[in-house]
Design a protein around this ligand. Structure first.
Ligand code: GTP
Ligand code: SPV
Ligand code: MN
Length: 605
């Protein structure tokens, strides 16, 4: 039964039903009975069915499910992701583009009758707390139970999402997904920002199909934010409660698989804990931000769960994330531990199961398989865990107004050049810094891993319009916020020595950098003025307890601003602006070119 009287929702569902021709249409109300029945159905599928999910050990992992996607379908596919604005210029040089009509003409035959013999699930969901002035409604149509069960964790899903839509509003995002035949040659992840519409076909993996996430909350939402005066960013949100009881909120944009979930759930080093510092998680991947009544920038996490990278998550690196996954969690493409019907992934612990099923579904001897150089879990294997499981979830997680942001951090994986932390001189310089983020690629997207690429604001794959206009929007927001704007910083946890070892311990010890950032926001610590920005004075970084790991020589390396490397960096940025952006239709604001000139002049002084 339809869960809304909204005439636009009903007309669109009818139209998509006529196109895809499902045997049955089921509206997802979000009730436990309905979700339990779908869980029974999908776990009862026979072994070998690509849709099959497995129930895990009810004592050790209550309510948890396991799923494997096809080996050709394990990450976002950026080369098959399109932004279909009416002009190519509006999509800009960082996006694949096709005219909307042309794209639809190509896709309609693929969707025609694709759900014959299948059920269409109609998923109403809210991105953001229901009723929040920053929240938005989406509806996803899908033929995948895996998608329904994941959307239930990742969003506020079900009838309540329609509460504030009314009967005539057209302000909802239309998402159409079919796994079709999971044919990689016919896989398309397509956005029509001018129509609030997303079409995804021939994938059944995460970011390609959980349409509330990257497709809506970043690509469509960034376009909406530009027009409506707010920002949708690939950022975690965390709160640091200080010994005096005040909590400072910080957002951070790092590219995929570069440490957002880890930083969002950071556990402070012992010394900080003794002093009374606590860290609270508001979000681990996406922030929607808008100026509040007091003129400051407020952020909500539009999501309701974490779609986190499993490998590397363990009791030491991120105990909070691990705790999130101990119940009501869906695991995708990790390895099965057949000894006790649990899951395993690289670096979970030092004991890979002997009786294991690797992520592609073959039974193997875990230790032997690893010794032969294989991964038991896919490097981009993930957990989908409810935010409410998080031991350090912020008491403000559901606050409809969001939290006020004091600092914005950019960062990426950089083996050299970029110091551990530095601060921009002002918002415009900070916007330049964001535009200059580059990072070594990871397994979160298909393609080569470890290649340095430009990833402005960690948003390269997610900006739903012309990247230059996006930078201009950042500058406009800064102007609007004036002296209430958050301070902007850049960090690099990934600096390496000659042997390729990380020289900064990272993880919980990143608290020491947050500490300096907060003191800079409060104006209680001085800084070293360099050509690239403000750096910490060595004595101002609290390294108590790290004396053996971070020797004075290593600290020198961490805080170095090498003139030759930075001259190269600036030359590369000029090339990037000119050749990759401006020459290809990107509208670079003059203010950003001016920042480039200023850094160059400072370097040559
Ligand atoms: P997405 O979900 O893809 O957006 O990723 P993310 O940015 O949330 O990354 P996540 O926190 O899952 O970390 C990805 C990888 O980076 C993991 O293998 C971590 O172990 C590693 N990592 C995270 N923080 C640090 C750090 O401070 N130092 C080092 N060396 N590695 C880190
Ligand atoms: C990312 O790649 O940045 C992710 C995972 O957070 S996905 O949902 O697949 O985009
Ligand atoms: Mn992400």
């Amino acid at each position: 039964m339809a869960l809304t009287n909204n005439k636009n929702v009903l007309a669109w569902v009818d139209e998509m039903v006529a196109l895809t021709k499902p045997d049955k249409v089921v509206w997802i109300d979000g009730s436990k009975e309905q979700l339990d029945a779908l869980t029974e159905e999908v776990t009862a599928l026979p072994e070998g069915d690509p849709n099959k999910m497995y129930k895990l050990n009810e004592e050790k992992l209550p309510g948890c499910l396991y799923h494997r996607t096809l080996p050709n379908d394990v990450a976002r596919v950026e080369d098959r992701t399109f932004i279909c604005t009416s002009t190519k210029e509006a999509a800009g040089p960082t996006n694949n583009w096709m005219a909307p009509d042309e794209m639809k003409a190509m896709l309609i035959p693929l969707y025609d009758g694709v759900m014959k013999g299948r059920t269409m699930y109609v998923i109403p969901y809210s991105m953001g707390p229901i009723g929040s002035p920053l929240a938005k409604v989406g509806v996803e149509l899908t033929d995948s139970i895996y998608v329904v069960l994941n959307m239930n964790i990742m969003t506020r899903m079900g009838a309540a999402a329609f509460e504030n839509l009314g009967d005539t509003s057209n302000d909802f995002v239309r998402g159409l997904h079919s796994k079709a035949d999971v044919d990689p040659e016919k896989r398309y992840i397509v956005h029509f920002p001018e129509e609030n519409t997303i079409w995804s076909i021939n994938s059944a993996y995460g970011g390609n199909v959980l349409l509330g996430k990257k497709c809506f909350a970043l690509r469509i939402a960034s376009f909406q934010g530009k027009n409506e005066g707010w920002m949708a960013e690939h950022m975690l949100i965390l709160g640091v409660q200080k010994p005096d009881g005040e909590t400072k909120y910080i957002t951070a944009a790092f590219p995929s698989a570069c440490g957002k979930t880890n930083l969002a759930m950071l556990i402070p080093p012992e010394g900080y804990q003794k002093d009374g510092y606590k860290v609270f998680t508001v979000g681990d991947d996406i922030a929607w931000m808008k100026p509040g009544k007091d003129g400051r920038l407020y952020a909500i996490n539009p999501e309701n769960g974490f779609f986190g990278v499993a490998p590397g998550t363990n009791e030491k690196s991120n105990p909070n994330a691990l705790a999130c996954t101990r119940k009501n969690t869906i695991f995708t493409n990790v390895a099965m531990n057949n000894e006790d019907n649990t899951v395993w992934w690289e670096k979970l612990d030092k004991n890979p199961p002997v009786d294991a099923t690797e992520w592609k579904g073959t039974k193997v001897n875990g230790p032997e398989y690893i010794a032969e150089g294989n991964n038991l879990a896919h490097p981009n294997s993930r957990f989908t865990a409810p935010a409410e499981n998080c031991p350090c979830i912020s008491p403000e997680f559901n606050n409809p107004e969001g939290v006020p942001i004091s600092a914005i951090i950019f960062g990426g994986r950089r083996a050299s050049t970029t110091p551990l932390v530095y601060q921009s001189f002002d918002w415009t310089h900070g916007t330049y810094m964001g535009s200059a983020v580059s990072s070594e690629t990871t397994a979160a997207a298909t393609g080569a891993v470890g290649v340095l690429r430009h990833d402005p604001m960690a948003m390269k794959p997610f900006i739903g319009y012309n990247v230059g206009d996006y930078w201009a929007h950042w500058l406009e927001m800064g102007e609007k916020l004036g002296d209430k704007a958050p301070k902007i910083f850049n960090v690099n946890w990934f600096k390496q020595d000659e042997e390729g070892n990380f020289i900064w311990p990272g993880f919980g010890d990143n608290m020491r950098v947050l500490d300096w950032i907060i003191k800079r926001c409060e104006g209680t610590v001085d800084a070293e003025e360099t050509a690239i920005g403000y750096l910490p004075k060595k004595e101002d970084l609290n390294l108590k307890g790290l004396e053996d790991e971070v020797t004075p020589e290593i600290l020198d390396k961490l805080l170095a601003v090498d003139k030759d490397l930075w001259t190269k960096e600036i030359a590369e940025m000029r090339r990037y602006y000119n050749d990759d952006i401006a020459a290809k239709g990107g509208h670079i604001p003059a203010e950003l070119y001016a920042e480039l000139d200023k850094i160059e002049a400072r370097l040559n002084k």
